[in-house]
Design a protein around this ligand. Structure first.
Ligand code: ADP
Ligand code: MG
Length: 416
């Protein structure tokens, strides 16, 4: 697909024009209203360059973004305020937040916006039409958003994390204004293309996180492409159960057992080796301070906590085994933490994999980390972004790209 880019827009000239940018400011938050704090500012940082370019070029910039999953109405805990506070601290241009999305406050602020200034309107998901399945509803909302730019406006999609959504601010609005691809979306696609088109081998994929069902399609598409798939995180128990093992009280998706069995068979046939844990850190209950023990992956219920034990991390031997697999790779894609890394006691597997990726990167491999929680995990564990080849801002979006799915946000921008 061919896209008009931000540079094309800048070449046309933006001074005196209002340019709408769809950014990804969907940051993880901690605490409660009114003292919510941003725990990982990666997405705000990644959004800065495009806003800076437009501001410097003299555009009046209107930013659309979502945060969390409000139910189609304003809710203080989903306000963009904490994200905008971070943006304001990082930015060397003026940034303000409108009190609403397309209401009187936003319309007045947009109309009064001066060249070089940046206005963020409130969470687009405060309006139920943003995510509506009804084309006409979404379109009507997109029209209100587009109208914020007035005549001669333009639209730039820089929200890679949302390109897999058929939402008004991502998809429908691109039909209403001249539409351009932002630098962040472009950069993310360049990396993902390297993973799908002729990756250097061995190509090792590490998958974890909480739900197998979220990741099934990507596993399906990677069988036959990846040389090895290392499985950790909550999804590992469905794999272990598919092999006939008892998994105690660990996360288990019984309705996926047959599918997973099919994957294990297809992997053997098509040359993709699934590497599963041999040991698991099992806890007495789901808590940061829970008593825990390392048990064999095929004997969780005969371990310390019997049938009530909950597997919360891959074990240390598995961590070493995964690291050894990653060390042999020329290309690594990792999505999904290996354990409940939010609890220190169960962060060991995630730390081992993060370290292995950083080492592989230093040794010349291409390493890519995708997924909101995965990115937050590696940063939270103290790994700087530049220890990896690329940390994607979009978990769902990067997975859907690797699944080979059409991404509505990109289709909407394509020009032939
Ligand atoms: P990402 O956002 O990177 O795609 P996911 O959202 O799929 O990752 O999964 C992240 C979550 O998975 C984390 O909150 C982590 O606590 C959870 N998780 C990892 N391992 C386990 C496990 N063994 N049991 C329960 N939850 C787990
Ligand atoms: Mg997640």
């Amino acid at each position: 697909m061919a896209y008009a880019t931000l540079d094309d827009l800048l070449a046309e000239g933006v001074r005196g024009r209002r340019v709408i940018v769809r950014s990804d400011l969907n940051v993880p938050l901690e605490g409660d209203v009114p003292s919510l704090t941003v725990t990982d500012d990666g997405r705000v940082r990644a959004s800065l360059p495009v806003l800076r370019k437009l501001s410097e070029a003299g555009a009046a910039v209107i930013v659309l973004a979502h945060l969390g999953r409000p139910k189609g109405a304003p809710e203080e805990k989903y306000s963009l305020k904490p994200a905008v506070d971070v943006l304001r601290e990082l930015a060397d241009f003026p940034v303000t937040l409108a009190p609403d999305t397309t209401g009187e406050g936003a319309r007045a602020a947009a109309a009064a916006l001066a060249d070089g200034e940046v206005l963020v309107v409130e969470n687009v998901r405060f309006d139920a039409r943003e995510t509506s399945k009804d084309d006409a509803e979404r379109s009507a909302f997109a029209r209100e958003l587009a109208d914020l730019a007035g005549d001669d406006g333009a639209y730039v999609d820089d929200a890679f994390g949302a390109v897999h959504r058929r939402h008004a601010s991502v998809y429908d609005i691109a039909a209403l204004l001249p539409a351009y691809q932002g630098d962040l979306v472009r950069d993310e696609l360049v990396v993902l293309e390297r993973l799908t088109k002729d990756p250097q081998r061995p190509f090792v994929v590490v998958l974890g996180g909480s739900k197998v069902s979220d990741k099934l399609a990507v596993i399906e598409n990677l069988i036959g492409t990846a040389d090895r798939i290392l499985v950790g995180g909550g999804m590992v128990f469905t794999f272990l159960a598919a092999q006939g093992h008892q998994v105690g009280a660990s996360l288990l998706e019984e309705d996926q057992l047959d599918t997973v069995r099919g994957y294990l068979e297809r992997g053997q046939r098509d040359g993709t080796q699934f590497v599963l844990p041999t040991d698991i850190v099992v806890a007495q209950r789901f808590a940061a301070d829970a008593a825990h023990a390392v048990v064999a992956a095929d004997a969780i219920e005969s371990g310390t906590y019997g049938a009530s034990g909950i597997g919360l991390d891959i074990g240390p031997v598995t961590g070493e085994d995964f690291a050894a697999n990653i060390a042999e790779a020329r290309t690594v894609f990792w999505n999904g933490p290996m354990g409940v890394f939010e609890f220190d006691a169960f962060a060991g597997g995630t730390r081992a994999v993060a370290q292995a990726l950083a080492d592989a990167q230093a040794g010349g491999a291409l390493t890519v980390v995708g997924g909101g929680d995965s990115a937050a995990a590696v940063r939270g564990l103290g790994f700087a972004d530049d220890r990896f080849g690329h940390i994607s801002t979009g978990g769902g979006a990067s997975l859907e790209y690797l699944e080979g799915k059409e991404l509505p946000g990109l289709t909407a921008l394509a020009r032939d």
